[in-house]
Write a protein that binds this ligand. Sequence first.
Ligand SMILES: Cc1ncc(COP(=O)(O)OP(=O)(O)O)c(N)n1
Ligand SMILES: Cc1nc(C(=O)O)sc1CCOP(=O)(O)O
Ligand SMILES: [Mg+2]
Length: 207
Amino acid sequence: MTLRGLYAITDSQLLAGKLLPYVEAALDGGLTLLQYRDKSNDDARRLREAEALRGLCERYKAHLIINDDAELAARLGVGVHLGQTDGPLTPARALLGRNAIIGSTCHSQIELAEQAAKEGASYVAFGRFFNSSTKPGAPTATLDVLDQARARLNVPICVIGGITLDNAAPLVAHGADLLAVVHGLFGADSAQEVTRRAKAFNTLLSI
Ligand SMILES: Cc1ncc(COP(=O)(O)OP(=O)(O)O)c(N)n1
Ligand SMILES: Cc1nc(C(=O)O)sc1CCOP(=O)(O)O
Ligand SMILES: [Mg+2]
C-alpha cells in the first residue's frame, strides 16, 4: 500500500464538543490517515468515539489508526500507532494481520526506523520538527534524519510536531510522505477553515 498524504490526529482537549464535525471537515478536504489519539482511561468513551470515527473514515475512504492501543484497533479492525513504550511491533502485527497499517515512533533515530521497518512497520514517524503545543516535551528532530531515511529505508516516512501550512514545505522537499498534524489543522476557528487547511496541505504534497 502506498501511503502518502495528510495524516490528521485528534486531540481530546482541542476537539472537545466538535470532534465529529471537525474530523468530517478534514476528511472533506482529503485525509489519507486519521489517528484517534485520546490519552484518557475512559474506555467506554474511547470505544464510542473510535467507532464513530471508523464510520466517517469508511465513508470518506480514509484509514483510521488508533494511538497506543492495539487491542482497541483489533476490536475495530483498524490500524495502530505505537511509540517506543507502547509495546513491540511483532505481536501487534500478529494481532492485527498483515494488511493492517502499523506506525512506529522513531524520534530522530534512523536505527529505530530501520528496526521498525525490519519488524514490518507500515510507516515510520520522525519528530518533533517544530515547537508543539500538543506535545511540547517530545524529542526534537532535524531535516537530516529525513535525508538519511530516504537513502536507507524503503518504507513511507511520516513527520510530526508543530507542522503548519507555513513550515511544512521543507519537510516534503526532504522526502516526507505523510504530514501528521494536530494543531495546524484542528486549531482552526471553523469547520470550513479545517477543510481549507486540509486541501492546502494536500496541495503542498502535490495530491
Ligand atoms: C504519527 C505519529 N507519530 C508519532 C506519535 C507519537 O507517539 P508516542 O511517542 O507514542 O506518543 P503519544 O502520541 O502516544 O503521546 C504519534 N502519536 N503519531
Ligand atoms: C503526538 C505527537 N508526537 C510527537 C513526536 O514528536 O513524537 S509531536 C506530537 C504532537 C503533534 O501535534 P501538533 O501537530 O499540534 O504539534
Ligand atoms: Mg504512544
